[in-house]
Design a protein around this ligand. Structure first.
Ligand SMILES: Nc1ncnc2c1ncn2[C@@H]1O[C@H](COP(=O)(O)OP(=O)(O)OP(=O)(O)O)[C@@H](O)[C@H]1O
Length: 314
């Protein structure tokens, strides 16, 4: 695969090594326009990829384009056109929110007056309008996430990198953050790359997904297409030897996961039906207590793409 200047982000054969640990191994991938999820378990290499694209880490091998610009030679130009919401807190102690966000706007090239005006606007947009004169150090975890989004948006970037944007947020705050990200990608039409280990976060906000595992691309594609080609999914509850039955399902090409609470999800490939599940139950001597068709989720589709990911998080 080679670089594609028309993609929002393009990587060709990119390798990043920390000491003896290869965090990215020959990654070649194109990010299309729109809202793209970068999904993978902890340690998959998502943050490393984003930091390399921002020019913070220099790969030992490979080439990268962001908005058609070569990261090696145009890092400054790229930074003026992108917004970055880092995984870790990055506020400046002692500054209030509006001063901090305006300062970030100036760092991204806005004149002071415009930066201040935009700081007020984006702080209202992320729901911090009332709290904008408070010292950021007094903010809750959820508010700190919101101000990180505000500083990433202040200069109206062409592309947003969001690294684990719902980290540490309570359910309500998380829903609100996801609604903002959905609005940015779908109503404001900002190109965005959302890095997350949480399937639902990507499913709620993105149209395309790139799945990483152990420093490589495991799978990728439009979410609707990926969900549409995986056959059908059933909720199943049985009475009998559960581990043995799951093994039998897998041996027969039927993937099962989410076995908490007694109810498992069984992915039946295209061309096969629930009859196969009943037939196998009969052979294995287990009783089917409940079998109901369900709507495929991203997790059903990616159960094999991310080793252990689906089984660890039913
Ligand atoms: N500064 C570093 N020095 C050494 N190893 C590192 C460093 N940063 C990351 N790693 C290792 O590189 C691999 C990829 O880490 P990375 O942070 O990119 O993964 P991730 O998918 O973003 O996961 P997380 O969501 O946990 O941050 C991991 O094995 C990690 O331990």
């Amino acid at each position: 695969m080679s670089l594609d200047p028309s993609s929002v982000v393009s990587l060709d054969d990119v390798t990043v090594v920390y000491g003896k640990n290869e965090a990215l191994s020959g990654v070649a991938v194109q990010f299309p326009a729109g809202a793209v999820g970068l999904l993978g378990p902890n340690g998959a290499g998502k943050s490393t990829m984003i930091k390399a694209l921002l020019g913070f880490i220099v790969p030992t091998h490979g080439q990268m384009l962001v908005l058609g610009l070569d990261v090696r030679h145009k890092a400054q130009d790229i930074r003026a056109r992108i917004g970055y919401m880092p995984e870790n807190d990055s506020h400046i102690p002692g500054m209030n929110a509006v001063t901090f966000v305006a300062y970030c706007g100036q760092l991204s090239g806005l004149p002071p007056v415009d930066a201040m005006q935009r700081a007020h606007e984006v702080l209202y947009y992320v729901g911090l309008g009332e709290a904008r004169y408070r010292n950021v150090e007094t903010y809750s975890t959820g508010m700190k996430q919101r101000i990180k989004l505000a500083q990433a948006l202040v200069h109206d970037p062409d592309l947003l990198f969001l690294d684990e944007p719902t980290n540490g947020m309570d359910p309500k705050g998380r829903d609100e953050m996801l609604a903002l990200i959905h609005d940015l990608g779908h109503n404001k039409r900002v190109n965005l790359i959302l890095s997350s280990h949480l399937l639902p976060d990507v499913e709620h906000t993105c149209d395309h997904v790139i799945v990483m595992d152990k420093g490589r691309i495991a799978t990728q594609g439009p979410i609707a297409t990926l969900k549409g080609t995986g056959g059908s999914v059933f909720e199943l509850r049985i009475k009998g030897n559960l581990p043995q039955f799951i093994d039998a399902l897998r041996t027969n090409g039927l993937e099962a996961h989410g076995t908490d609470d007694d109810v498992m999800r069984v992915l039946v490939p295209a061309g096969r039906t629930a009859r196969d599940v009943f037939a196998l139950a009969s052979t294995e001597g287990v009783q089917v207590r409940h079998l109901r068709p369900s709507v495929p989720t991203l997790e059903d589709v990616f159960i094999d793409a991310i080793e252990g990911g689906g089984r660890a998080h039913p």
